[in-house]
Ligand binder design. Structure first.
Ligand code: HEM
Length: 507
């Protein structure tokens, strides 16, 4: 038998690695462009690690890289994390980069809602939605819903699992929390998904399945998913079932609300605030250029549900994981929370009001830092209306998608420095001790330009109320051996959930 020495083994490994790279990639680590299939084989091979692969490829390519799709499939995509390109596309030349017809086809489930429209239809919806979300009566509804759900929904479950020493999936709890609160904020009805029995909620399950199918549409050619839809198989079958469930439940909410309003039943406006569906129905005469029929309301409710539920719960999950694995950050947050309340209350069980947590600089910085590394929406894409040249010098044309990886953007040394992979809330604090403003085309988690997220303040209010309650009152420990990894979907969740044990800090 031939025995190999250390150097022979190294050379052999080198040859195998070279062959592997020349088969699936190229020697410089960039995807290989195959005749006929373009870079699709490499894309599919790496689909499970798409976020890290995008970070690697875009980093190696200097921030922008052209992904060649299969011949005749119109799947060429320009991937970029270059802040100058992002600024150009999102703000400076916004009118040449609508979401475009391809986006609308992929997200057809969202109908003509705010996420899925361009031009006047989008502009009119945005104007009206902004007015409603910014209104005091909606803010009152947000404050009440967030505080109540923490106290009556989240805490009883945490108390139960901590007493029994049970393992709990925090990601599941957060999804339930934001599902209930968003549903209440948007429709005025609470599905009570966050209750000790952890019930299955068809509305929530249908949203999960729809998102998975929509992601699938991003990675297979349009002709394939259209064929699957026509045949009623695979992900497309799931999507059409999910769509039926969503239509039916949302339809019921609309009928119930119209009925309540016609019978004069309303929330106590002054104290409790008002949900969006009620505001939309009561102020429909103010909706310039929009028709407030059932189809419009269905699309609006679904768009807001997707906007609010998943993004906020994903952000909460990654944040609690980062904090529980960074004890120094955890200690600093606890210290700041203590300073925000009277001394006599500092070392005992306590919930925090929205007001108390609203202005905390370190907590805010830690949330931004977590969103930099784990943006809830990990990628976005746009289509140019006219051929254009980006600031990086790359040419784009109408048959091509421009793709931003928000996940990769937060991990670029040329944007955030050598320590870009580290969780360091301090990078968000100025020398004067205030929050350092980072331009949105660099920190893209809430989008940039005219389509900036309308719910940023809503999200921060909810997140701060939840994390203050958890961090001040409990010790969270990730179960030993639990594998934390991002999933591959349109929302950045943890693939295996976040399995933890919680213990009380005060008795
Ligand atoms: C941590 C939480 C959140 C994050 C990271 C986030 C992020 C984003 C991003 C990246 C977009 C752009 C999406 C696209 O154009 O494809 C967006 C848009 C939007 N977000 Fe948020 N969002 C969050 C929470 C919320 C909440 C709670 C609401 C509502 C109550 C909301 C309402 C919206 C709306 C209405 C848009 C569409 C804006 C437009 O197209 O004009 N978001 N958000």
């Amino acid at each position: 038998m031939v025995s190999l020495g250390y150097y022979e083994i190294l050379i052999l490994l080198g040859v195998i690695w070279f062959l592997f790279l020349s088969f699936w990639g190229t020697v410089d680590g960039l995807p290989r462009n195959w005749p006929l299939f373009g870079m699709l084989p490499g894309l599919l091979l790496h689909a499970r690690w798409i976020h890290d692969r995008s970070t690697d490829v875009l980093g190696r390519a200097g921030g922008t890289f052209l992904i060649k799709g299969p011949w005749f499939a119109d799947m060429d995509m320009l991937g970029t994390v270059d802040p100058a390109n992002v600024h150009y596309i999102m703000s400076a030349n916004f009118s040449n980069f609508p979401k475009g017809p391809k986006f609308m086809k992929i997200f057809d489930l969202l109908g003509d809602g705010i996420f899925n429209s361009d031009g006047d239809l989008w502009r009119n919806q945005r104007r009206f939605a902004r007015l409603q979300i910014g209104h005091q009566r909606f803010h009152r509804c947000l404050v009440k819903t967030s505080q109540d759900k923490v106290e009556k929904g989240l805490i009883p479950i945490l108390e139960h699992v901590s007493k029994q020493g049970l393992v709990v999936d925090l990601q599941d709890l957060f999804q339930r929390f934001t599902f209930d609160t968003t549903c209440f904020l948007v429709t005025g009805y609470d599905p009570c998904c966050l209750s000790p029995q952890l019930p299955d909620v068809p509305f929530s399950k249908a949203m999960d399945e729809a998102e998975e199918a929509i992601f699938h549409r991003h990675i297979v050619p349009e002709s394939i998913w259209k064929l699957q839809r026509w045949l009623g198989i695979g992900q497309e079958k799931k999507l059409s079932k999910a769509c039926e469930t969503l239509d039916s439940i949302i339809g019921k909410y609309i009928t119930m609300k119209r009925d309540e309003l016609s019978r004069g039943i309303q929330l106590e406006e002054q104290e409790e605030g008002v949900d969006l569906l009620t505001s939309y129905l009561k102020e429909d005469e103010m909706m310039e250029g929009l028709k407030c029929d059932d189809k419009f309301l269905r699309d609006t409710i679904l768009n807001f549900m997707i906007a609010g539920r998943d993004t906020t719960s994903s952000a909460l999950t990654w944040f609690i994981w980062l904090v529980s694995t960074h004890p120094i950050v955890e200690a600093k947050i606890r210290e700041e929370l203590k300073e925000a309340i009277p001394t006599r209350e500092a070392n005992k069980w306590r919930l925090f009001s929205v007001e108390e947590v609203g202005k905390l600089v370190y907590l805010h910085s830690a949330l931004c830092e977590s969103l930099r590394l784990y943006p809830s929406v990990p990628f976005q894409h746009k289509e140019p209306l006219q051929p254009d040249i980006l600031p990086s010098g790359h040419r784009v044309h109408p048959k091509m998608k421009v793709f931003f990886s928000l996940y990769a953007m937060g991990r670029m040394k040329f944007i955030w420095g050598e320590d870009c992979f580290e969780f360091k809330p301090e990078r968000w604090i100025s020398e004067r001790g205030t929050i350092k403003h980072e331009p949105s085309y660099k920190f893209l988690a809430f989008n940039a330009g005219p389509r900036t997220c309308l719910g940023k303040e809503v999200a921060f209010t909810q997140m701060k109320t939840v994390v203050a309650a958890i961090i001040h009152n409990y010790h969270v420990e990730v179960v030993k051996g639990h594998h934390v990894a991002p999933n591959v979907s349109i929302i950045l969740y943890m693939k295996h959930g976040l399995m933890v044990r919680v213990t009380k800090r005060w008795f």
